[in-house]
Ligand binder design. Structure first.
Ligand code: SF4
Length: 282
């Protein structure tokens, strides 16, 4: 194995190589944001919803799961309490999460679905030795064997530019699944719970070969940055969601020296569920 790449970290490098460096090489902690934590709790409710027998997967049942899931997350990460200064702020945030769950039920009927997998960790090694890995929100498998890859987004459907990034993430998963099982997923489905839009895409082998070439080229660019120590800052409107402006040259800051001991880039990084900056914008 020559290295490891997840769609989130690949997305970071495409957004801004310096952001990738801060997250992967320097491993600088980031503050959780309300939007990211809301995404986590909504994902968690939708995952648990399918533990219920099909007839019980109703709006009311999903809403009933919200506060227990929030309490469970808080027990795991007590620092999340600092996200809210007042009880009113917390109530408002929970109301937004409820709105997303209600919107989900306008997009599909979970009583008519039996997902094959939820929160599935997948990995596959390419011929070059590069390990691709990530978590798929949901996999549906039809009786014909056709596979649908589903990803929930708690933002609204993005502009064309950012939609391409979201679809790259889905193609990345499709490539991993194709390499794992030898079958191209029939459909990639992005569900935007912020505005109720669904983006669907049917990949083919040519798409996935192109994705593989893109992923390999990205990895080469990361290796070059590692060798030269040059991690270019790329300013964009996503900087508004970046935690590292104070140490970013694009914003008048100075990055810390690159650590002498570089982390191994061949080990799975369990922080891969951390939302990418683009997600926060979506
Ligand atoms: S502030 Fe913008 S340019 Fe700087 S590291 Fe973050 S994303 Fe990159």
């Amino acid at each position: 194995m020559i290295g490891t790449l997840s769609p989130s970290r690949a997305g970071d490098f495409m957004t801004c190589p310096l952001l990738y460096r801060f997250r992967v090489i320097d491993q600088i902690p980031e503050k959780p944001s309300r939007a990211a934590v809301r995404g986590t709790v909504v994902h968690s409710v939708l995952e648990r919803l399918f533990d219920l027998p099909a007839p019980g997967r109703t709006v009311g049942a999903a809403l009933d799961l919200l506060e227990p899931e929030w309490d469970r997350l808080l027990a795991e990460e007590p620092a999340y309490t600092d996200l809210f200064e007042t009880e009113e702020e917390l109530r408002g945030w929970l109301t937004e999460a409820r709105g997303m769950l209600e919107r989900y039920f306008t997009m599909e009927d979970p009583r008519r679905l039996e997902p094959s997998q939820r929160e599935l960790y997948v990995e596959a090694v390419l011929d070059s030795g590069l390990l691709l890995r990530g978590y798929v929100d949901r996999l549906d498998v039809a009786p014909s064997g056709d596979v649908r890859v589903v990803d929930y987004k708690t933002g609204s459907a993005p502009s064309r530019e950012f939609e391409a990034k979201a679809l790259f993430q889905m193609r990345f998963y499709a490539l991993v699944l194709w390499r794992l099982h030898g079958r191209v997923p029939r459909l990639l489905q992005l569900m935007y719970l912020g505005n109720g839009e669904i983006v669907r895409y049917s990949p083919d082998e040519a798409d996935l070969r192109a994705t593989e070439r893109k992923v390999e080229a990205l990895w080469e660019a990361i290796r070059r940055a590692l060798d030269t120590g040059e991690w270019r800052a790329r300013r964009s409107r996503l900087c508004d969601w970046c935690d590292h402006q104070e140490i970013c040259p694009e914003w008048g800051g100075t990055p810390p020296p690159i650590p002498e001991r570089l982390p191994s880039l061949t080990q799975p990084n369990r922080s891969s569920r951390r939302p990418v900056v683009a997600d926060a914008a979506g």
